[in-house]
Design a protein around this ligand. Structure first.
Ligand code: CTP
Length: 424
């Protein structure tokens, strides 16, 4: 039988506290569950436990300095933390000292672990351990909050006898609690089993002639992240994707489309009876009224005017006809993100809108991160902050699972209509 962490590369970060010896047990448990564990130690950690112990148990060399090199196979020699950052499925830092939390919150990259945290898109689990006054200090609280807001999973320290001789909160959490958080970070949540989700992704292309088209900026990474994670959480997922350059995730059902009209057809077709439809695609709002069959030539006719027609608003149609139980839209905005997001929520009758800021260097189309807010039809607002697309996907699916769990079989807008029909 496959183990839960089969083939998953897990980076175990060990920082310099007394509890560093407990990381040996954590390494052993992760290996038992099938993970391929690589260890990154801070220099201070090496004073508590020798790297050789971790090397012998993990079967890999330990990274410590930012410039540690690794023979990267076919790729030749690579900087260790960069190579690992790309292959890691999860990073767990246990124990995480107060100093580590401060450096991670500040984004320092002066050792291999700090640099790896900046370079990776893998989920992060932190299990702090320290003297109780240090844990309760406002500086530490603020650093922990910063990391959690960025998407890190916190495994709170336990109360008990501390290395200082005092008693209080600061002991490293139980190894199983840390392992549980790693499993959860890796999609261990199975809250979408039995659900069918339709996710649209990427841009659409509206042809002007066989070589020219109108399109929107979209990498398709947000939709792919949602589809992939939903599948990991147990859902049957259909991904309807416009043309994107990145490889499409390995899912059971992927429907490639090109134009808004094709996306409209495929989405309405797949949405029937689905539990949720998530419109992450950047659908072009206008298309040329007719695409020329042959390439238009500037020398033969002016190309400075193209007649455009509106494309079908798929999200609005889903909201109006409700073929699925939960309808989710996106609002990519450059300004007044909340106001525009709320407006779209009402206008398109969605259950949930992910409003995100685009057009800044940190957030949007080509960046890994996204400044996002979840707006619910019942008025609730969940601020996610500037987080990775994977974190947006995870929080969005939490919300979808919650809406599905709280929702009766028929949608709220359909139920009264169905009843009045029966009466009439
Ligand atoms: N959308 C859609 N069909 C369209 C255009 C957009 O389904 N033809 C969906 C997108 O997938 C997204 C949401 O609608 O989930 C928001 O899209 P946006 O283009 O920002 O909304 P508009 O109504 O076009 O608003 P704006 O006034 O900002 O153009």
């Amino acid at each position: 039988m496959a183990t839960p962490l089969d083939n998953r590369v897990v980076v175990l970060g060990v920082t310099g506290g007394i509890a560093a010896y407990k990381a040996v047990e954590l390494l052993r448990r992760l290996r038992e569950l099938g993970a391929d564990v690589h260890v990154a130690m801070t220099r201070a950690a090496t004073s508590f436990v020798g790297p050789l112990t971790f090397e012998a148990l993990s079967g890999h060399r330990v990274f410590s300095d930012v410039l540690d090199l690794d023979a990267g196979g076919a790729a030749g020699v690579q900087i260790g933390h960069v190579a690992l950052a790309q292959t890691a499925s999860a990073v767990v830092v246990a124990p995480a000292t107060a100093d580590f939390l401060a450096r991670a919150a500040a984004g320092r990259a002066d050792d291999a672990l700090g640099a790896l945290l900046l370079a990776t898109r893998a989920p992060l689990v932190i299990a702090p351990a320290m003297e109780h006054h240090m844990w309760s200090h406002p500086a530490t609280r603020a650093n922990v909050q910063t990391l959690v807001e960025r998407g890190a999973r916190l495994v709170e320290p336990d109360e008990g006898a501390l290395a200082s001789g005092a008693t209080g909160r600061g002991r490293l959490a139980a190894i199983e609690a840390i392992v549980g958080a790693v499993l959860e970070a890796l999609g261990g949540k199975r809250d979408l089993v039995g659900r069918r989700l339709v996710v649209t992704s990427g841009p659409t292309r509206e042809p002007i002639d066989p070589v020219r088209y109108i399109s929107n900026r979209s990498s398709g990474r947000m939709g792919a992240a949602i589809a992939e994670l939903a599948a990991q959480r147990g859902a049957r997922v259909t991904l309807i994707s416009g043309p994107v350059s990145a490889p499409l995730p390995p899912l059971d059902a992927v429907i490639p489309v090109e134009t808004a009209a094709e996306m409209h057809r495929a989405t309405m077709d797949q949405a029937r009876g689905a539990d949720a439809v998530i419109m992450a695609a950047a659908v072009a709002d206008y298309a040329p009224s007719a695409a020329a069959k042959r390439k238009l030539s500037k020398s033969e006719q002016p190309l400075d005017r193209i007649e455009l027609v509106r494309t079908p608003d798929i999200l609005a149609e889903l909201g109006a006809t409700r073929p699925a139980r939960v309808i989710v839209g996106f609002a990519a905005e450059t300004h007044e993100v909340l106001e525009h997001g709320r407006d779209k929520l009402l206008r398109k009758k969605a259950d949930l809108i992910v409003a995100n800021r685009v057009g800044t260097a940190e957030s949007g189309f080509d960046s890994d991160d996204s400044e996002a807010v979840l707006l619910f039809a019942d008025g609730r607002v969940k601020v996610l902050g500037l987080v990775s697309k994977e974190v947006v996907a995870a929080r969005l699916l939490d919300a979808v699972a919650e809406l599905l769990a709280g929702e009766p079989q028929r949608s709220r807008t359909q139920a009264p209509r169905a009843r009045s029909k029966a009466r009439g």
